[in-house]
Design a protein around this ligand. Structure first.
Ligand code: NAP
Length: 314
């Protein structure tokens, strides 16, 4: 049984714990919090075997076999290093680090020590992405890809009220690109590889970070665009256009309904069967990695995605 310690006491940790419960061979370890009371209450709520004083306390306790890191983005790199130095496998929330260089350095460090380091990019392990891969040949030569993840965050209201909130705080690596933009970019890299070029534009908000943005990327014989937003909603699907047909995708982070429209043909709906919790796949991948699976491809995909983020932030 791989006991996974939890760093961070927000709702995403609860969601991960819910996924852990459904995966064989993994179990829940203690929770790490910077605040003893919050840690204890959180541990009780999720049924974790106790709470520790921060990541260091969790590692000192000696009763975990892996750690899930769900802290603000700017904190990830130092926490990854601390866990890797303790020899503990890491599943770290997206974006794994603030830059590709930081990630590549940590991957090299983890490999040198023989420690698993995996980004919790749930999209990469989603059955909806596999369904798209299966359908792709029916589209003919791909000419345009248009992926989007646009969802207004309730926390944007805090920004509008002049209050600080981590997810929009540039000092903590908060950014719509880093938060939601990484999903369409990661899906692009996974399905089509890294583009030859990428350029973009972003809209700033009062907290000093970006609230939404768009990118356009060149491949050898098609173009791709990506859109992300945490300050507006969209009614548009993502889409792949091929010379023989188009594919509408309801949500690129977790595709559940695909509509394939062949050229001059009748639309075909493809419903994707998936676990209710979209984080199950990343927990399974962590388990495989801890059992010895080679995750170099996963780590490289994270690096390629972060390089696109770097380019868009320059
Ligand atoms: N996969 C997904 O679908 C998904 C969804 C949402 C978020 N995320 C990712 O999950 C991560 C956390 O996001 P979030 O919105 O949950 O963040 P958050 O609420 O700002 O922080 C998460 C936890 O980190 C700890 N923390 C807060 N500020 C900290 C600081 N300055 N230094 C160290 N620890 C701090 C807090 O726990 P304690 O105070 O108890 O220590 C908090 O509960 C981000 O990387 C985000 O991109 C992923």
């Amino acid at each position: 049984m791989i006991r996974i310690g939890i760093v961070g006491t927000s709702s995403i940790s609860e969601r991960l714990v819910d996924a852990v419960r459904t995966v064989d061979g993994v179990g829940l370890g203690p929770v790490a919090s910077r605040d003893a009371v919050r840690g204890r209450e959180f541990a009780e709520r999720i049924g974790a075997p106790g709470a520790a004083d921060g990541l260091e306390g969790l590692l000192d306790g000696g009763d975990i076999d892996a750690v899930y890191i769900a802290s603000p983005n700017s904190v990830h790199a130092a926490q990854i290093r601390t866990a890797v130095d303790a020899g503990i496998p890491v599943l770290v929330e997206k974006p794994a680090t603030l830059t590709a260089e930081e990630w590549e350095g940590l991957v090299a460090h983890a490999r040198g020590r023989g420690v698993v380091l995996l980004e919790a990019m749930r999209t990469a392990y989603d059955p909806g992405i596999r369904a798209i891969q299966e359908v792709l040949p029916r589209l003919g030569r791909v000419r345009r890809v248009s992926f989007r993840y646009e969802k207004r965050s309730a926390r944007y209201d805090h920004v509008l009220a002049g209050e600080r909130t981590n997810i929009f705080d540039p000092a903590l690596g908060g950014s719509a690109l880093r938060d939601l933009g990484v999903y369409p970019l990661h899906a692009l890299v996974l399905l089509f590889g890294a583009p030859r070029t990428i350029a973009g534009a972003r809209v700033g908000i009062a907290s000093g970070t970006d609230g939404l943005g768009s990118a356009i990327a060149e491949y050898d014989d098609f173009v791709a665009d990506a859109a992300w937003s945490k300050i507006t909603d969209t009614s548009l699907p993502s889409e792949i256009q091929g010379e023989d047909g188009s594919l509408a995708i309801d949500a690129i982070d977790a595709p559940r309904r695909l509509v394939l429209t062949p050229r001059a043909g009748v639309p075909e709906v493809i419903d994707v069967t998936a676990a209710e919790n979209p984080m199950v796949g990343e927990v399974e991948r962590l388990r495989e990695a801890v059992r010895g699976a080679d995750i170099a491809v996963d780590q490289d995909r994270t690096a390629r995605t972060l390089r696109l983020v770097d380019a868009l932030l320059r």
